[in-house]
Design a protein around this ligand. Structure first.
Ligand code: GAR
Length: 180
C-alpha cells in the first residue's frame, strides 16, 4: 500500500474528500493547533502531528516535520498548507509532493486569497490547479487543471463554493492516479 501524508493548516475539507474517496492517509501534519483538520483526522482515526512554528525558525520547523514524515512516504499532499517551504525541503521531496491551488496557475499564484483576488480582478473564469511542488511558490509542473465559469448571478461566496466542490473530486482522483 502506498504511503500518503497530508499537510494542512485549516479547515481540512480536502483532507476529508481524499479520505472519503478511499485513499488511506498515513498521517496529517499541521502547523496550526486550532485547525479544523485536526478534528476531521481524529474522527477517522488518522494520526495528527501539530508542529507549530512558535520560534519562527523555518529550518527548525522543517527539520521537525521531516522527522515526522516516514522515509518511505510515496506522496506528500499539501491540502491548504499555508506555509512556504524552503528549497531544501522541496528538493528533499522532489517529485513526491503535490499541492492544490484555487486558481488557474500561473494566474493568481503565490498568495492565500486566490479566489478573492481573481474575483476582484473581474475574472469570469476561475479554476483550480494541482501541481508538483518546487521551491518557487505555485510554479511547479502542472498535473491537472479545471476551469469554473462564473454565471451572472454568481457571488464571491457561490463561486468559492463551486471551486471547493470541484477541488473535492479532482484532487482525490488525481492523487489516486499518482499512487496507482
Ligand atoms: C483550498 O481551497 C486550497 O486550494 C487552498 O486552501 C484551501 C484549503 O481548504 N490552498 C491554497 O490557497 C494554497 N495556496 P481546506 O482546508 O478546506 O482543504
Amino acid at each position: 500500500m502506498k504511503k500518503v501524508v497530508v499537510m494542512a493548516s485549516g479547515e481540512g475539507s480536502n483532507f476529508s474528500a481524499i479520505v472519503d474517496f478511499g485513499i488511506i492517509v498515513d498521517r496529517v501534519i499541521t502547523d496550526n493547533p486550532n485547525a479544523n483538520v485536526i478534528k476531521r483526522a481524529e474522527k477517522v482515526n488518522v494520526p495528527v502531528f501539530v508542529v507549530e512554528n512558535k520560534k519562527k525558525e523555518r529550518v527548525w520547523h522543517e527539520r521537525t516535520i521531516l522527522e515526522i514524515i516516514p522515509e518511505d512516504t510515496d506522496l506528500i499532499v499539501m491540502a491548504g498548507y499555508m506555509r512556504i517551504l524552503t528549497a531544501w525541503f522541496c528538493n528533499k521531496w522532489k517529485d513526491k509532493m503535490v499541492n492544490i491551488h484555487p486558481s488557474l496557475l500561473p494566474a493568481f499564484g503565490g498568495g492565500c486569497h486566490a479566489i478573492e483576488d481573481a474575483w476582484n480582478h473581474g475574472c469570469t473564469v476561475f479554476g483550480i490547479t494541482v501541481h508538483w511542488v518546487i521551491p518557487e511558490v505555485d510554479a511547479g509542473p502542472i498535473i491537472t487543471q479545471r476551469a469554473i465559469h462564473k454565471f451572472t448571478d454568481d457571488t464571491l461566496e457561490s463561486i468559492t463554493g463551486k471551486i471547493h466542490r470541484v477541488e473535492h473530486y479532482v484532487y482525490p482522483e488525481t492523487i489516486k492516479k499518482l499512487i496507482s
